[in-house]
Design a protein around this ligand. Structure first.
Ligand code: GLN
Length: 290
């Protein structure tokens, strides 16, 4: 990219060829997302202004974004935003970038949560799940928690950004610690860290080098948090209420077993994601028998 003046379409084509030559996937899409962010327009609106000449300050900013992307910084950290369901969320390296699979966790929660139910998003990160529930289940009482104070700052800012600040109660603490002695939940949903510790080094550089390991590292076998949640969750769910856990590829059966081992959880089942991969393990808190 030289100092000459650029037409929008030319810089896009040039950059997507460049990204592709460096082995980046979805090269054209990524070039478009970064340019749309520089110009402050929606990606599809780029198509209405292909002839637009770019100002040198826009080109400079775009070059900086392209440089970061070549360092494998995820597009969402470069632009500072990520799309999740109907929301546009702020993301920083303090939070995991919300994944499309996690939208299924929200679908299942919306299906099982009573209309004005009390719901907890455990390990809330950017607040994607809690804020979607607040938006899409208008009468729900939404609570969210994360162990990372830095993540909670981002989540709270997202509450403001989405006009949902009053709808979610945020807590900082280790799993259920903030909820000892509080009213039980009708439903708890969590996307806990689930990557096997030794697999972290093999993740894509975008994830391995930039996303928070605190949100990824699931211990030696990737199941450390599921084990704790399986033991503790029933104390915080009203009898008959639900526990929903997102799982990584291939973890469904193991997490199903963990939950089935708990005498206080019942009706364990697995829901698939849009690619038909088992993604959300569901269990109910047993109604007291003794
Ligand atoms: N889905 C994330 C990944 O692809 C992991 C998220 C998690 O650990 N909960 O790495």
């Amino acid at each position: 990219m030289s100092g000459r003046s650029w037409r929008l379409l030319d810089i896009l084509e040039n950059t997507s060829r460049f990204f592709a030559s460096k082995g980046l996937e979805n090269a054209r899409l990524q070039a478009e997302l970064l340019l749309a962010a520089v110009l402050g327009v929606k990606r599809l609106d780029l198509y209405l202004q292909f002839e637009r000449p770019l100002h040198s300050s826009e080109v400079d900013r775009y070059r900086e974004y392209v440089r970061q992307r070549l360092q494998r910084v995820p597009v969402q950290y470069i632009t500072g935003v990520a799309a999740f369901r109907q929301l546009e969320l702020t993301v920083t390296p303090a939070v995991l970038i919300p994944r499309p699979e996690t939208e299924v966790l929200v679908d299942v929660a919306l299906e099982l949560l009573p209309e004005s139910g009390r719901v907890l998003d455990l390990c809330c990160g950017s607040g994607a799940v809690a804020l979607s529930l607040a938006q899409e289940a208008a009468a729900a009482e939404v609570v969210a928690a994360d162990v990372s104070a830095a993540a909670l700052e981002v989540a709270k800012a997202n509450g403001q950004r989405c006009g949902l600040a009053e709808r979610v109660e945020w807590h900082c603490g280790d799993l259920f610690a903030p909820f000892c002695g509080t009213e039980p939940f009708d439903l708890i949903a969590a996307n806990p860290p689930y990557v096997r510790h030794d697999d972290l080094a093999q993740l894509a550089p975008e994830v391995r080098d930039y996303e928070p390991h605190l949100a990824l590292d699931g211990g030696e076998d990737g199941l450390a948090y599921y084990r704790r949640i399986a033991q503790e969750a029933a104390d915080f769910i009203r009898p008959g209420g639900y526990l929903l856990l997102e799982v990584g590829d291939g973890q469904g059966a193991a997490v199903e077993d963990l939950l089935a081992q708990s005498e206080r959880l019942t009706e364990v089942q697995i829901r698939p994601d849009l690619n038909k991969i088992p993604r959300v393990v569901v269990a109910r808190a047993a109604t007291q028998t003794s």
